[in-house]
Design a protein. Sequence first.
Length: 217
Amino acid sequence: MINIIYAHDHNLDHLLQRSKESFLYHNPSARFYDITEDKDNLLSDFKQELCGFTHVSKACFLRLLIPKLFPNLDRALYVDCDTLCLGDISELYNTDFDDNYLLACRGHLYSDKQAEQLGFPYYVISGMMMFNIPLMNKQDYFQQMLDNWRGAIEKQEPFSADETVINWCFHNKIKVVNEKWNYCYNRNYGNRSVKDQDVKILHFAGYDKSKMLTYPY
């Protein structure tokens, strides 16, 4: 069983179904869960004005609730609605956490600038994350986050919503995995570029997501 969780507002419903279909096509054992806006009362500290990009809504913070809302799952894969699965993800799903909270990928070259602003060697993007749910809850990740996230506000411009929170609060509890597991479409990765045939999860990040509706999986 592969547990896959989406956290979203309803503006992306037209992409959500296609994303789910692509994951199920390549991973028949996938089981899907959704978190929607009715849970945002648990995120009162995280306001819309913290979203550094106009196409990002407060719903992006909902993924921070995953361990809190699904305590009975050992692990879960979070993906954005604007992702397409292009192959078997069992290798990713079964990767050892090595006592880390999350598995995630570095982003395209802009993420290196964000890492520099935060003072870290790298910066992960939040469109795909594997959650080590038991460990995160055991160590009260949510309280850690509430206690520490404000320290990043003056470090990064623009403030990239949940990504900044995750990188700032848990940078030493994230295991970086190959970019093929969250590869942003039409973005520059420099020497970390992945060949098209090797990409397993393709992420249509940014404003224009229309290509996702016709891209073959």
